[in-house]
Design a protein around this ligand. Structure first.
Ligand code: HEC
Length: 121
């Protein structure tokens, strides 16, 4: 009875990133061959970047059978950093309105034309 209870506890625990990495990633990433990105190289990446790679990036096929919690556990195991699930969506994006949507084109385009052509259209 005690044995059954303790194995249920193990099953309900958070996914083991180390074990998941060994079973799903190490065959390529520790092969001392391309991609030449072993745990030390992967560990220098952002934890959110690893989750992104496994969800929608170049590792999406390798990550497709893993749950979100498993992807995060692998990323946290590799980087030692927690995964901030808010970050991937905002990562690499500038804050503020893009220049093309600032509405300043109508006023700047004619002035560029007038400088180039010497007269205003
Ligand atoms: C079949 C071999 C293979 C397996 C299995 C594999 N990878 Fe990869 N991984 C690669 C290759 C090859 C690249 C380089 C891809 C590229 O540069 O486009 C790569 C690149 C990456 C990158 C960098 C992606 C980027 O865009 O910066 C990460 C992160 C990564 N792998 C994580 C993982 C994790 C975590 C696992 C396990 C769930 C895994 N990989 C399983 C072969 C593999």
């Amino acid at each position: 009875m005690l044995l059954v209870g303790s194995s249920a506890l193990v099953l309900s625990a958070a996914p083991d990133g180390s074990d998941l990495y060994a079973k799903n990633c190490a065959i390529c990433h520790e092969a001392l061959a391309p991609p030449n990105q072993n745990h030390a190289v992967l560990g220098a990446m952002g934890s959110e970047h690893i989750v992104y790679a496994l969800s929608a990036g170049s590792m999406r096929v390798q990550g497709s059978h893993l749950s979100g919690a498993e992807r995060a556990a692998i990323a946290e195991f590799l980087t030692g950093k927690p995964v901030d699930i808010q970050k991937p969506a905002a990562a690499g994006k500038c804050s503020g309105v893009p220049p093309s949507r600032r509405g300043n084109r109508p006023s700047t385009v004619p002035s560029i034309v007038s400088v180039t052509l010497g007269f205003t259209l």
